[in-house]
Design a binder for this molecule. Structure first.
Ligand SMILES: Cc1cc2nc3c(=O)[nH]c(=O)nc-3n(C[C@H](O)[C@H](O)[C@H](O)COP(=O)(O)O)c2cc1C
Length: 419
């Protein structure tokens, strides 16, 4: 028996077991505010036995917004968030919120300004030019991280998860691919970590030990020219020094290697189908024409980040580490625990079935029925996170795409010996 279903204490927080629903963008926050759908969804996840559920990707300030239905941390949403955390707690689970800033991926019409990033460039997603952050903007975003943590505490969250990976703003500063600055925020890795260090100080100062601080970071960016594992281990050590309570080990870069984050195929038809026409007609067309080229398939493998995460385990022996990536069964979860990780996160297994954790607890052979067709990625543009199996409004054409992707996944994974 692994320690999967034993309690775990971290900072001021005690989890009933070692499972966490990873931050997987819900797209349920009309007017950038919590909704009934968000409430119902996370309450169901909490009821499903999870130790802690993570509300995904809240922007620390308006300039960091990328999606129309993305949370934006501000005073007026605190009462609604408090209702959400109360409901999660009533089900026996803890509540975390992922805090981030989309940086050069922010959407001009939604974020209220010309998007900015570590360096200037072009944002295909918006589409718009992006300017290099000046020192005043850096100070403002750093302060916004602290303010967002204070609001999360007022809202009753037990933990915050700072997003320092996947090519969003902190990651844009860390990666030599997106950081071409010549000032004290660019150049050497130590300089590129400066923005992250400042954000962390702002977070730690605001938290004052009242919430656990998780940081989601990359083990690699996942493409040539991005961060590789040795530099990422240096970043992890720095985060430990900065006061992070636990690190969530992920990887990938949304603008360059999105499928590295979750593996499998880019679901171009589902994304184009659900993407809103009003703000993103050019992107809809772009996704259909060039989606597969910009987002190449990275074959799915169970526990796909395990090999790299074990290197972090070795390099940071006394740091609580959270495994994420391809946990599909009780067997996988036990294996992760036996490898010395303190907690694990699951995205798609819980998206497919909110009761996944209870089922793993009841049956040591329980296995997720998620086929990683990644149809759920398209559903980020709807008000429901429904898997294609339970989705009522799926068109015949989308069903055909899912079936085709499933067949291709199966063939590829068998060929590579992953199955
Ligand atoms: C639909 C969907 C939305 C996601 N949104 C986010 C997000 O907002 N923030 C984040 O850090 N990761 C996001 N992810 C990545 C997951 O949290 C997780 O790291 C990844 O899916 C690998 O875990 P899994 O194999 O258990 O799904 C998303 C994944 C999916 C499938």
């Amino acid at each position: 028996m692994s320690n999967l279903f034993t309690p775990y204490k971290i900072g001021p927080l005690e989890l009933r077991n070692r499972t966490i629903r990873s931050a997987a963008f819900e797209g349920m926050c009309e007017h950038n505010s919590p909704s009934q759908e968000l409430f119902d969804y996370h309450t169901a996840v909490a009821r499903g036995g999870i130790g802690m559920t993570t509300v995904a990707y809240a922007a620390v300030c308006q300039s960091g917004l990328s999606f129309e239905r993305q949370l934006w941390m501000r005073e007026e949403i605190v009462p609604e968030l408090k209702k959400l955390t109360d409901a999660i707690h009533a089900e026996g689970a803890k509540a975390s919120i992922q805090l981030g800033h989309c940086g050069n991926m922010s959407h001009k019409r939604i974020c209220g300004c010309t998007p900015f990033g570590a360096s200037r460039g072009f944002n295909l997603y918006s589409p718009t030019f992006v300017h290099k952050m000046n020192l005043k903007e850096i100070d403002e975003v750093v302060a916004a991280y602290g303010h967002a943590v204070e609001l999360a505490i007022q809202s009753g969250f037990d933990a915050v998860e700072i997003h320092a990976g996947h090519g969003y703003l902190i990651s844009q500063f860390l990666s030599p691919y997106t950081n071409h600055r010549r000032d004290e925020y660019g150049g050497s890795l130590d300089n590129r970590m400066r923005f992250m260090r400042r954000c962390m100080k702002s977070v730690v100062d605001a938290a004052k030990g009242r919430v656990a601080i998780f940081v989601k970071m990359n083990t690699r960016d996942g493409f040539r020219g991005g961060m590789e594992i040795d530099d990422c281990i240096t970043v992890a050590k720095e985060l430990q020094k900065c006061g992070a309570d636990a690190l969530v080990l992920s990887g990938g870069f949304v603008s360059r290697a999105p499928m590295y984050v979750m593996r499998g195929q880019f679901p171009k038809k589902a994304i184009a189908h659900y993407m809103p026409m009003k703000t993103q007609w050019w992107l809809k067309a772009g996704v259909l024409i060039g989606g597969k080229i910009v987002s190449p398939t990275v074959p799915f493998k169970r526990l796909f980040f395990l090999e790299d995460s074990l290197k972090f385990r070795k390099a940071l022996p006394d740091m609580p580490l959270v495994y994420v990536g391809g946990v599909t069964s009780r067997e996988d979860a036990d294996k992760v625990m036996d490898c010395g990780f303190q907690m694990l996160q699951m995205g798609r297994a819980v998206l497919e079935d909110t009761d996944f954790v209870n089922k793993m607890m009841a049956d040591e052979h329980h296995c997720s029925e998620c086929t990683h067709s990644n149809f759920c990625v398209g559903r980020m543009y709807t008000l429901s996170m429904a898997c294609h199996k339970t989705c009522t409004d799926i068109t015949p054409s989308l069903r055909r795409e899912v079936a085709k992707v499933e067949r291709q996944n199966d063939r590829k994974e068998r060929k590579l010996g992953y199955k």
